[in-house]
Design a protein around this ligand. Structure first.
Ligand code: NAD
Length: 340
C-alpha cells in the first residue's frame, strides 16, 4: 500500500462507479439469487476497488463495499439481529498471495504471543449460503441468513425442513444459548435433476448449486423448501454462554457430539507446506465431493490466537479463503438451456 498522492477526479469517479456496480451485483446475488455476472467477474471488480483504496486510502468510506459484509436483506423476510456479528472472508487468488497472508498472520501472532506457534485448520469452502442457527436450552429457536452480518433474514420455518439440522441438540453439555454458523448447500448430484424439473415446469433453471440452495432456502412457503434436498455443514460458532473448547477443531468435535452436521474433510496442520498440499489435493478432487467448493478456508485453530488477531469491519484477521481459478461454464446447464 501507499498513496500515489490525492486521487484525481477520474479515479474518484471510477471508484464511485465501481462501488455502485458492486452494490447492484450484491443485490442481484443475495436478495434475488439471480446474479448477472460470474463470481470471477464479481471478484475482479471487488479486487479493483480494493486496489484503488490501497493506493488512495482517502477513497475508503464507511459504506464502501470493502468495509461491509455484503448480504443485502430482502423486505420479503422478517429481519432478525444476530447475537454476535457474522463476517465474510478475505480472499486470496494464488499460492503466492496465500503465502503473504500466512506470513502476515504468523508475524501478527508472534508479535502478540511470542513463541505461541500456529496450528492451521484447513477446510473446504462450501459454495452455499451462510446460515446462523440459534439454540436455547438445546432447542433450535431461530435460523437466519447472514445478511449484512448484523441483521439477517428470518428463515426458521424453512430451515426446520432440513433433515440433517437437529431441532434439539444431543447431550446436556451444551451452552444455554449458542449460535452455530454453517453453510447450507444443494448437493451437486441432485442439481441437474432439479434444473430439468424447473425447465419442464416452464421456469428458469438455476445458474449453479449455490443459487439453487439460496433460492430453495429463501422461499415464502416452507413446503417448497421441504421438497428440495438441502443439506448443511457447520463451520463456526457465534455467541455462547460458555464453551469447554479452546480451539476451532475442538469446537467441531463438540458440535458433532451434539448431533450437528460437521464436514469430514477438515484437518489441523502444522506448517505452510501441509496447507499447500491440502489445497492442491482438493484442487484435483473438487468434483468428487457431495457439494461444490470454490476454494479452501484456512483458520488459526486456537481461539486465544483468533482473539489476539481480531477482525476488520468485514473479515476476521485469523482466517483466509484461497479461491480456486474459475472453471469452464457448467456444460450440463448449457445443454439444458440449448434444449429449451
Ligand atoms: P465469500 O463467499 O468469499 O466468503 C465468506 C463466506 O464463505 C462465509 O460467509 C461463509 O458463509 C462461507 N463459507 C463456506 N465455507 C466456509 C468455511 N469452511 N468456513 C467459513 N466460511 C465458509 O464471501 P461473501 O461475502 O459471502 O461473498 C462474496 C463472494 O460471493 C464473492 O467472492 C463472489 O464469489 C460471490 N458474489 C458473487 C456475485 C455475483 O454477482 N456473481 C455478487 C456478490 C457476491
Amino acid at each position: 500500500t501507499g498513496s500515489d498522492g490525492p486521487p484525481d477526479g477520474d479515479l474518484r469517479e471510477e471508484h464511485a462507479l465501481l462501488a455502485e456496480e458492486i452494490r447492484k451485483h450484491r443485490i442481484a446475488y443475495y436478495q434475488e439469487a439471480a446474479p448477472t455476472v460470474s463470481d470471477a467477474e464479481f471478484d475482479a471488480l471487488f479486487r479493483r476497488l480494493e486496489e484503488l483504496e490501497a493506493l488512495h486510502p482517502e477513497l475508503v468510506s464507511n459504506d464502501s463495499p470493502t468495509q461491509e459484509v455484503g448480504g443485502e436483506v430482502s423486505s420479503a423476510f422478517t429481519p432478525v439481529d444476530h447475537l454476535a456479528r457474522m463476517y465474510s472472508l478475505e480472499d486470496v487468488f494464488s499460492l503466492e498471495e496465500l503465502k503473504v497472508w500466512l506470513d502476515r498472520a504468523t508475524a501478527g501472532v508472534e508479535q502478540r504471543s511470542p513463541g505461541a506457534g500456529i496450528q492451521w485448520l484447513t477446510e473446504l469452502k462450501i459454495d452455499g449460503l451462510a446460515v446462523n442457527l440459534l439454540y436455547r436450552d438445546g432447542e433450535l429457536v431461530r435460523a437466519a441468513t447472514r445478511g449484512d452480518g448484523v441483521t439477517g433474514e428470518d428463515i426458521t420455518h424453512n430451515v426446520l425442513t432440513i433433515a440433517s439440522i437437529p431441532k434439539r441438540l444431543a447431550g446436556t453439555d451444551h451452552p444455554e444459548v449458542v449460535e452455530i454458523r454453517g453453510e447450507v448447500f444443494f448437493p451437486t448430484k441432485e442439481f441437474g435433476q432439479l434444473n430439468e424439473r424447473m425447465v419442464a415446469a416452464g421456469k428458469a433453471p438455476f445458474a449453479n448449486p449455490r443459487n439453487a440452495a439460496a433460492g430453495s432456502l429463501r422461499q415464502k412457503d416452507p413446503a417448497m423448501t421441504a421438497e428440495r434436498p438441502l443439506d448443511m455443514y457447520v463451520h463456526g460458532i457465534g455467541a455462547r454462554t460458555g464453551l469447554s473448547a479452546e480451539t476451532q477443531s475442538g469446537t467441531y468435535e463438540l458440535l458433532k457430539a451434539w448431533g450437528l452436521p460437521t464436514s469430514p474433510y477438515y484437518r489441523v496442520l502444522q506448517d505452510q507446506a501441509e496447507v499447500v498440499a491440502f489445497i492442491e489435493h482438493y484442487g484435483d478432487h473438487r468434483h468428487d465431493l457431495l457439494h461444490e467448493i470454490d476454494g479452501i478456508v484456512v483458520k488459526v485453530d486456537s481461539f486465544a490466537l483468533q482473539r489476539a488477531l481480531g477482525h476488520t469491519s468485514r473479515v476476521p484477521r485469523w482466517s483466509v479463503a484461497y479461491k480456486y481459478p474459475p472453471e469452464e461454464v457448467n456444460t450440463k446447464l448449457l445443454d439444458i438451456l440449448v434444449n429449451v
